[in-house]
Design a binder for this molecule. Structure first.
Ligand code: ZN
Length: 237
């Protein structure tokens, strides 16, 4: 059983009526609902819960943490962000969605600005599969389209990804590395660009397939209890 925690800052849905209409129970619950199945169990956590819902115990019981944040990155205490980073280094999977490119744990794991170009014109996006053999692209054809997205454009201030799985192309001609993987020590990380709150993107079947695939892919191969140096013993003659 893979244990997933979906974290959402959960503010837009409470104060923006158009967002509440698309996600009446919050994006985290929409994502949790499509992921839940025989081999994936899901819990949710949000910003306004104590410790952002991410206590050490919750993280210890999380195989893959999914993160959606936007306007309140700064309200996540540094201590929580570091706690998430440390769990990833020990093996926990981490999936950063959309505007989470600027969330504290992702930036800590990348070590770069993670800045990008953006505009909000509701463009159509065609998301090209550039690595069809990658497990995260399973079931996705050569491309899929989303009728309305927020445009995210290069340059994307990330370190060179281990793998680029998807490249997004927008009506305005911009391109973006929309699906990228990274490994940091034992933990696998996937960044996925679609997910602007004003469009029903997490109701899209292809988007759901990608996120589900990413959960399987990011599930820990090993999970260390502690991250520490190994004291070695010299080989006997
Ligand atoms: Zn957005």
């Amino acid at each position: 059983m893979i244990r997933v925690t979906v974290w959402n800052e959960y503010l837009h849905e409470k104060c923006d009526a158009p967002v509440a209409e698309i996600y009446p129970n919050g994006m985290h619950n929409t994502i949790a609902d499509f992921l839940r199945c025989d081999d994936i169990q899901v819990r949710t956590a949000t910003l306004e819960e104590p410790e952002c819902g991410l206590t050490q115990e919750v993280l210890a019981e999380t195989d893959v943490l999914i993160w959606w944040g936007h306007g309140a990155h700064a309200r996540v205490p540094d201590e929580i962000a570091q706690r998430v980073r440390d769990e990833v280094l020990k093996g926990m999977g981490f999936i950063a969605l959309h505007s989470s490119h600027l969330c504290k744990p992702f930036k800590l794991l990348m070590g770069t600005s993670c800045n990008l170009g953006w505009r909000e014109d509701g463009d159509r996006e065609r998301i090209w599969t550039v690595n069809p053999a990658h497990p995260i692209a399973k079931g996705i054809g050569p491309y899929f389209e989303l009728p309305h997205v927020e445009t995210y454009a290069e340059p994307f201030g990330i370190p060179n990804p281990d793998e680029v799985v998807f490249i997004g192309w927008y009506e305005g001609g911009e391109v973006f590395r929309s699906g990228c993987t990274f490994q940091r020590e034992k933990g696998r990380i996937f960044y996925f660009q679609p997910g602007h709150e004003l469009f029903p993107i997490y109701h899209d079947k292809n988007v759901q397939t990608v996120i589900r695939n990413a959960v399987y892919w990011a599930t820990p191969q090993v999970r260390a209890e502690k991250n520490e140096c190994w004291h070695l013993t010299k080989l006997e003659k």
